[in-house]
Design a protein around this ligand. Structure first.
Ligand SMILES: Nc1ncnc2c1ncn2[C@@H]1O[C@H](COP(=O)(O)OP(=O)(O)OP(=O)(O)O)[C@@H](O)[C@H]1O
Ligand SMILES: [Mg+2]
Length: 324
């Protein structure tokens, strides 16, 4: 099998729940050894997509091939080939971690010897050794999430589908789980959903962003930065005596500047947010224009648009709502 073999192919996927169109013609692909970050705000359709990929629900329309198999024709084989960490991991609070893992193997129809070997493997992979004899109810959230991951990896599937694996965790636990996923991603194909692009930077090679059931971006974080990102300048001027109306137009005329927005400043200061192309630094042009006009420059800072801002511009603009 080649390393860039297609492991997941989704084409024109549509899912309606009655009048609600949760997915509207979504297409994407994932190759072997790839970690794909699936990003979108609340209600975007991430969980719906993952439930379809794992054959828990059927789509309304579209084609889905997982590990070379069709979800309509081979759902059982797909479920054997795929590990799934659902949004709220189904853990049994009264069971010890070791009992729970064994139970997962029993459900999968594995022999006692295979279950023992699998348990040893996932306990090691997910760093569960300290809690194997603890009741699940007593686990911290981070360890609960690890137990959920261990469940998903128990039958050593080629494909892992993880629905918000780091949600609700503290920053240390997030870093640990991200490290874990990155390691897993070297040998498996992983799709993880998240609200945070930073998560994708930390774990994933590529990102698909969906909003309101539609795909709005697909690429590596670097590609997204190149396509959508730019440079942001904060320009602070002393408020000129002879009016401020012409200032935005002066900056807008500079080659490489896309937009100029006035931001509130202190009484005698004016602050402008200037957006420009990522590959051109216009600080000297801004400085030149300010000197030409006889204005007083109090501050000039340049920074790259970060990925969270790109995510927000792709998703907030349409919904008009913030992202978690
Ligand atoms: N069983 C259902 N019946 C009706 N509507 C549903 C059902 N499941 C999901 N939806 C709707 O489908 C849309 C997509 O939901 P989904 O759970 O896939 O979003 P999500 O991207 O996972 O969001 P979140 O980030 O909040 O988990 C939402 O509008 C949701 O209300
Ligand atoms: Mg969800």
């Amino acid at each position: 099998m080649s390393s860039n073999e297609l492991m997941i192919e989704v084409k024109d996927l549509t899912k309606s729940y009655g009048p609600i169109r949760a997915l509207d013609g979504v297409s994407f692909e994932v190759r072997r050894g790839e970690v794909l970050g699936f990003l979108g705000p609340n209600g975007a359709g991430k969980t719906t997509t993952m439930k379809i990929l794992t054959c828990f629900i059927a789509p309304t329309e579209g084609q889905v091939i997982v590990g070379g198999m069709d979800i309509y024709k081979n759902p059982l084989e797909i479920r054997r080939n795929v590990g799934y960490l659902p949004e709220n991991a189904p853990l049994y609070p009264d069971m010890l971690v070791t009992e729970y893992l064994d139970f997962v193997g029993v459900i999968r129809g594995m022999s006692r010897a295979d279950r023992k070997a699998a348990a040893d493997r996932v306990i090691e992979q997910c760093g569960l050794d300290e809690v194997v004899y603890q009741e699940i109810r007593t686990l911290s959230k981070g360890y609960r999430q690890r137990a959920g991951l261990a469940q998903a990896m128990f039958h050593n599937p080629q494909i892992l589908i993880l629905d918000e694996p780091t949600s609700g965790l503290d920053p240390n636990q997030i870093a640990e789980i991200r490290g874990l996923i990155k390691g897993i991603g070297k040998e498996h194909t992983v799709i993880l959903s998240t609200h945070h692009l930073a998560e994708v930077q930390a774990t994933a090679g590529r990102v698909v962003i969906i909003n309101k059931g539609k795909r709005v971006a697909d690429g590596t974080p670097r590609e997204l930065e190149r396509q959508r990102g730019g440079a942001l300048y904060e320009v602070v001027l002393r408020r000129p005596a002879d009016g401020t109306d012409e200032i935005p137009a002066v900056f807008e005329r500079i080659d490489g500047v896309d937009a100029v927005e006035k931001v509130e400043g202190a009484d005698d200061e004016l602050v402008f947010a200037v957006t420009g192309h990522a590959d051109k630094d216009v600080r000297s042009d801004i400085f030149g224009a300010v000197v030409d006009k006889g204005w007083v420059l109090l501050g000039l800072v340049r920074r790259q648009v970060d990925l969270e801002e790109i995510f927000r511009s792709l998703t907030v603009a349409e919904t008009g709502k913030g992202v978690e």
